[in-house]
Design a protein around this ligand. Structure first.
Ligand code: C5P
Length: 403
């Protein structure tokens, strides 16, 4: 797992209204202790002042190929020699055209041509410019040249139109940069993840659910994407934004979750069941809101299907990973659950530390015993879990054993 701290990043800003988002991106990068060197084109300086970027990055900003602050006059060479990654955000249609054709007529385009590090670009332009055949050709060309393209997004544009071409938000760019550095341990694999709670209706407004924010499952889906997998995320009701690029199936009840899983499972190499599925559903829920009165109300509950066990018992199951939330005796209960459900791997957490927050701690149980993962942000734990899954999965592939 790769940490961004102490990485050296060159941020190029070109002329587009989305330049304001680059300021937020610098703030997020600096917060993660990334060393950011900003280079701006002349057009970018029309949208945002270099002094803003200097204040946020804590370094002088360069805009000119002929800047005499560079002793040997070779900024275009010097700037990318010790850099881990260059990111151009926003990248205008004009700048992408320059990259596609190898033009080098200002500082930023020259150092992109002279660079020895990977380059990520975040396009930002009006939807007609994005859809123009010339831009389509240029984007395809820079992709073929090994440049990673982050976004764009679709939605409302500064010009008043709506469509494809707006730059990703700073947080999404940050996620894209982090993803770029993660090892591609699951490249080409298909991963199916369930996340969040399920909700079983009692009447038109009330229901039975489990307390689950979905944060751990969404982090696992994101970590699998970062590792190069194609991901389907079957999610119960949450307030979370799914990771960019994942196929998302939203469900409410356990029955719907089972159906969605069954529809995708044949395609999956790995199934990670993070969802906190409600154990029971209400027989005969009322379509109308039940009126309150002084009498005791009795609900008839029937057990829900066990989704992960259904998958494990398929004739040709994917590699299955379960989760367990326990309030006590974590080791004993989790290992018992792993054996009962016949899972090669189970990740267990204590409900007291796991639910709702951004941090967690996990213990992984497999045939070799237990592997504690100390307290950390959920995305960090998810990346560690994915690394562990990739190791076991590769071993099974090599030994020719089925999960
Ligand atoms: O038995 P318990 O619900 O604690 O098991 C937890 C594991 O089983 C989790 O991986 C959860 O997603 C999965 N599960 C399931 N279907 C259920 C209940 C739990 O897939 N009905």
């Amino acid at each position: 797992m790769i940490n961004l701290a102490k990485k050296r990043l060159l941020l190029g800003i070109t002329g587009g209204v989305a330049a304001y988002k680059a300021a937020e991106l610098v703030r997020l990068l600096v917060r993660q202790n990334v060393e950011v060197q900003v280079v701006m084109t002349q057009a970018a300086c029309q949208f945002i002042k270099p002094v803003t970027m200097q204040a946020l990055s804590g370094r002088p900003v360069f805009t000119d190929l002929w800047d005499n602050r560079i002793d040997n006059g070779m900024a275009h060479i010097d700037f990318t020699r010790d850099i881990d990654v260059a990111v151009v955000a926003p990248a205008s249609a004009d700048f992408i055209a320059k990259l596609a054709h190898g033009l080098a007529d200002d500082l930023l385009s020259t150092l992109c041509l002279a660079r020895m590090c990977p380059l990520l670009v975040a396009p930002a332009m009006n939807r007609q410019m994005w859809e123009n055949p010339a831009t389509r050709r240029n984007v395809a060309q820079i992709g073929a040249d090994g440049i990673t393209i982050l976004g764009p997004d679709s939605g409302a544009q500064a010009c008043g139109e709506t469509g494809m071409g707006r730059m990703l938000e700073a947080e999404d760019l940050m996620a894209g940069i982090e993803a770029f550095f993660q090892p591609k341990l699951l490249q080409g694999r298909h991963v199916l993840v369930t996340a969040g709670p399920t909700f079983e209706a009692i009447d038109a407004v009330r229901g039975i659910t489990n307390s689950s924010s979905g944060k751990m499952g969404y982090a696992v889906a994101r970590a699998a994407m970062e590792a190069g997998a194609e991901v389907t995320l079957v999610s119960g009701p949450t307030c979370l934004k799914p990771p960019a690029g994942a196929r998302v199936v939203n469900v409410t009840t356990a029955q719907q979750m089972l159906k969605a899983v069954n529809e995708s499972v044949n395609w999956a190499d790995i199934f990670i069941s993070v969802a906190a599925v409600a154990d029971y559903y209400v027989l005969n829920p009322s379509e109308q809101k039940i009126k309150k009165d002084a009498h005791i109300l009795t609900l008839e509950l029937a057990p829900n299907p066990d989704i992960v066990s259904n998958v494990v018992n398929l004739p040709n199951p994917p590699f299955c990973v379960g989760f367990a939330a326990e309030s006590e005796n974590l080791h004993e209960y989790a290992e018992m659950k792993r054996r009962r459900k016949n899972l090669p791997l189970l990740a267990a957490n204590l409900v007291q530390t796991a639910i709702g927050g951004d941090d967690n701690e996990l213990v992984l149980f497999d045939d070799d015993g237990d592997h504690p993962l100390p307290r950390a942000p959920k995305i960090t734990l998810a990346r560690q879990l994915i690394a562990h899954i990739a190791k076991l999965y590769q071993k099974i592939q090599k030994d020719g054993k089925s999960a």
